[in-house]
Design a protein around this ligand. Structure first.
Ligand code: DQA
Length: 146
């Protein structure tokens, strides 16, 4: 099974960026924990981070035939990128949206996700566990008889 793990804008600064909101783990540390989980389940993962909407979209397009599904933290694109939403819908891969912080308990603009309707699940507010639970959920969904 092949899975994409995609991080949107500003997530490259994890560890130093608003640690009271996003925690102290770096993106590399988060990816390492996901890699460990993947290894324990014999799953191949490709990681990608970009601060650019088009970069995220290109990566999804380029890997659409390779991947069985994707886990994505779209960062602020969550709240307004119809282009990213269309990319996910367009490749027809099961996707899980994850967030480190609880987007339902922050500013009003964060309560809306334009990505969630094209995802099979949204997990928010659990820090690293959002990624790990999102990954597990995706694997579970992909393992069900199609
Ligand atoms: C985030 C929440 C978004 O609102 C924010 O723009 C981010 C990170 C999270 O993981 O909590 O960049 O996606």
């Amino acid at each position: 099974m092949n899975i994409l793990v995609i991080h949107g804008p500003n997530l490259n600064l994890l560890g130093e960026r608003e640690p009271d909101v996003y925690g102290t783990l770096t993106l590399q540390q988060i990816n390492t924990e996901i890699q460990k989980l993947a290894d324990s389940k014999n799953i191949v993962v490709k990681f990608f981070q970009s601060n650019h909407e088009g970069g995220l979209i290109d990566f999804i397009h380029e890997n659409r035939k390779w991947a069985n599904g994707l886990v994505i933290n779209p960062g602020a694109y969550t709240h307004y990128s119809y282009a990213l939403r269309d990319a996910i819908a367009g490749v027809n891969l099961p996707a899980v949206e994850v967030h480190l912080s609880d987007i339902s308990k922050r500013e009003d603009f964060r309560r809306i996700s334009v990505i969630a309707p094209v995802c099979i699940r949204q997990i928010s507010g659990l820090g690293l566990q959002s990624y790990l639970q999102g990954f597990e959920f995706l694997i579970g969904a992909l393992s069900l008889p199609q």
